[in-house]
Ligand binder design. Structure first.
Ligand code: ZN
Length: 176
């Protein structure tokens, strides 16, 4: 995993950059939940599901299929109707950033991105993000600090850059 902070930073940055009209406190919270929710699969460890299982950590919840389902359901929960609109896009993309960021971490197993069609665990070729500890105790150690430092560089700064570029682009676009 990347840390919860890294995942929520990604969903927040995408909201402000690409879906500014959808940004409200409640939608930020739900988008942050979507971005973090795939890691609720660590609960499977306590039920004896092995890491390597498609039902284990970084398995089915770290897939495009899961992102579509969670994004649409969360959008429905917020709007009380099924409609594929900008909010739905934001929530699906927020969920999808989770496996994509995990696939850029330097440890653990890859993600089952194409589950259930292809169950292989994969990484991206570019893996600069320090993998986050799974246990909370390990997070308050030098390892945890190094995770935060690498996420500031590889998630926080690109996030701010994307928001800035999007604002600039929107500001320079002709008024219609
Ligand atoms: Zn994860």
């Amino acid at each position: 995993m990347a840390s919860i902070f890294g995942h929520i930073a990604a969903s927040t940055a995408i909201g402000y950059a690409f879906f500014p009209k959808e940004v409200r406190p409640i939608t930020l919270i739900v988008a942050g939940f979507c971005a973090f929710a795939p890691d609720l699969d660590v609960l499977a460890f306590s039920y004896g599901v092995p890491y390597s299982s498609e039902w284990g950590h970084r398995g089915w919840t770290h897939s495009v299929t899961f992102a579509l389902i969670l994004g649409v359901l969360s959008s429905w929960a917020l709007q009380r109707s099924i409609s594929w609109n900008k909010l739905t896009w934001w929530l699906v993309i927020s969920t999808l950033t989770h496996p994509l960021l995990d696939m850029m971490t330097n440890g653990g197993r890859g993600c089952a991105l194409w589950w259930p069609f292809w169950k292989e665990r994969i990484f991206l070729p570019f893996r600069p993000i320090q993998v986050s500890p799974i246990s909370i105790d390990d997070f308050f150690t030098p390892w945890g600090l190094s995770v935060l430092a690498s996420e500031v560089i590889w998630i926080g700064m690109p996030g701010l850059l994307i928001i800035g570029l999007a604002r600039w682009w929107q500001g320079s676009a002709p008024v219609r």
